[in-house]
Design a protein. Structure first.
Length: 467
């Protein structure tokens, strides 16, 4: 009897995966940077709303694909179906080796950085070493942050091996907890903050780089980092109950929920703090909480960030491990990665393999640079997946589509164009780092050709009669 993935994510669990992986640390940090760029709190609020709409546009497209092709692997399945096996392989190659693994490592390290608020010695060096490379000495060091982030990855990966129902329950509980923390920040900030809405008309007289439109575009990049993650539900579509109905609902509800929370939290920030206060800090949430909660405010926000990051990390591990599983099941990755645990019906090899790669990145300590590469590579595929809606509508008009993208063809077309502009702008600003990223993504092409040749040789060997 073939072991299959268990459908253990209902509507609430699926919505929690969407919202839980979207709400991370960025909402607590980036509003001050956005104010520096656009100049007024009102414009910051507009940017958050616009970025939320763009993310919703992407989610609407994914909702159609998720309902039509409710299989584990998500974007890999869509790309494989729309463009062929090579594109599906390139996606999985990029996610497994760079995008998802570095994202998981970054999230785990961020968790430890906030944990160090309560335990400062976590930042201490626990090991020093030296490596000789072509006659040059390279100093190596290991901190408690690196060890702790790797331990977090291993711990939550083990939890995910124990079953999607357990990890889905964890995701629901912690997503609810982080929303409660944000709700308290919103409600108490607006009720007890003793601020003023008059500050929303204040103008920082900041220099708008390249004009208002360019400034809005630059600020939108920051907001989109905070919204990133709405695509993760597609990776566990094979484990969603009644996916034709729950996939679209979870993607839409989750995206709208996060957009609403982000706008309200920023209203609280700029009500409690003056724009000058916001410009003077990079930890706007902590400063706002400290204003109406006293010295306990910093600790309150630190706990909120820990809760937020924990849920985001769990959701990323849950969703990311299904990509190598789906590829291996289709014969495009080593077959061992398609192994399911007989008791828990989870990818019992793909999850530890992902944890191993992510753990190496966490130990490297280079998570900030790698996270930039992860975001860039992810948006390449966001654009390709959404464009795949047009391809599949034309190539497979008879494919059952329980949900059709609202606003088609305008909504997905707008998303693809804006994603392309975002990628071009990001590449122009960080060309040296992203050339390396593109090279690594492109290395998947020879890897695919070698894998395809190996598979063909194996089949020929099976057919060849023994002498």
């Amino acid at each position: 009897m073939r072991i299959e993935l268990v459908k253990g994510l209902g509507l609430y669990g699926a919505t929690s995966v969407v919202a839980g992986t979207m709400i991370g640390t960025a909402i607590f940090l980036v509003s001050s940077d956005m104010l520096r760029v656009v100049g007024t709190p009102l414009r910051v609020i507009v940017v958050w709303a616009v970025a939320g709409i763009l993310s919703l546009f992407g989610a609407l497209g994914y909702a159609e694909l998720g309902a039509a092709l409710p299989e584990a692997g998500g974007e890999y399945v869509y790309l494989h179906r729309a463009y062929g096996p090579m594109m599906g392989f390139l996606y999985g190659w990029t996610q497994f080796l760079v995008a998802k693994s570095t994202s998981i490592a970054s999230i785990a390290t961020g968790f430890l950085l906030y944990l160090a608020y309560f335990f400062p010695h976590l930042a201490d060096v626990v090991w020093l070493g030296q490596l000789s490379v072509r006659g040059h000495a390279v100093a190596l060091r290991l901190t408690g942050l690196q060890v702790g982030s790797t331990a977090m990855i291993l711990l939550l990966s083990a939890l995910n091996v124990l079953g999607v129902r357990r990890s889905g329950s964890v995701q629901t509980v912690f997503t609810a907890a982080k929303l409660v923390v944000l709700a308290v920040l919103i409600v108490l900030g607006l009720a007890l903050g003793h601020g003023s809405f008059a500050s929303f008309a204040w103008n920082a007289r900041a220099e708008l780089h390249g004009g208002v439109i360019a400034a809005f575009g630059l600020a939108t990049v920051s907001a989109l980092w905070a919204y990133d993650g709405w695509n993760n539900l597609s990776m566990v579509a094979g484990e969603v109950e009644h996916p034709q109905r729950n996939m679209p609902r979870a993607l839409i509800y989750g995206s709208l929920l996060v957009a609403g929370v982000y706008v309200l939290v920023n209203l609280a920030y700029f009500y409690v703090l003056t724009p000058s206060d916001v410009l003077a800090t990079h930890t706007v949430a902590a400063d706002a909480a400290r204003r109406f909660l006293g010295h306990a405010g910093g600790a309150f926000v630190a706990v909120g960030v820990l809760i937020s990051t924990f849920a985001t990390l769990n959701g990323s591990i849950l969703s990311g491990s299904r990509i190598p599983y789906a590829q291996a099941r289709d014969g495009l990755f080593p077959q061992a990665l398609a192994t399911l645990n007989q008791r828990f019906h989870t990818p019992t090899v793909a999850i530890p393999a992902q944890a191993f790669v992510a753990g190496l990145f966490a130990l490297s300590g280079e998570y900030r640079t790698l996270y930039t590469k992860a975001i860039f590579s992810e948006w390449v595929f966001y654009a390709l997946v959404t464009a795949g809606i047009f391809v599949l509508r034309r190539r497979e008009p008879q494919l059952p589509r329980p949900y059709r993208t609202w606003g088609y063809p305008l909504v997905p077309a707008i998303f693809v164009v804006l994603a392309a502009l975002f990628l071009a702008s990001t590449f122009a600003e960080q060309r040296s780092d992203l050339l390396w990223c593109l090279a690594l993504m492109g290395s998947g092409i020879p890897a695919y050709l070698l894998w395809k040749r190996r598979r063909r040789s194996e089949k020929d060997g099976v057919r060849e009669p023994r002498s």
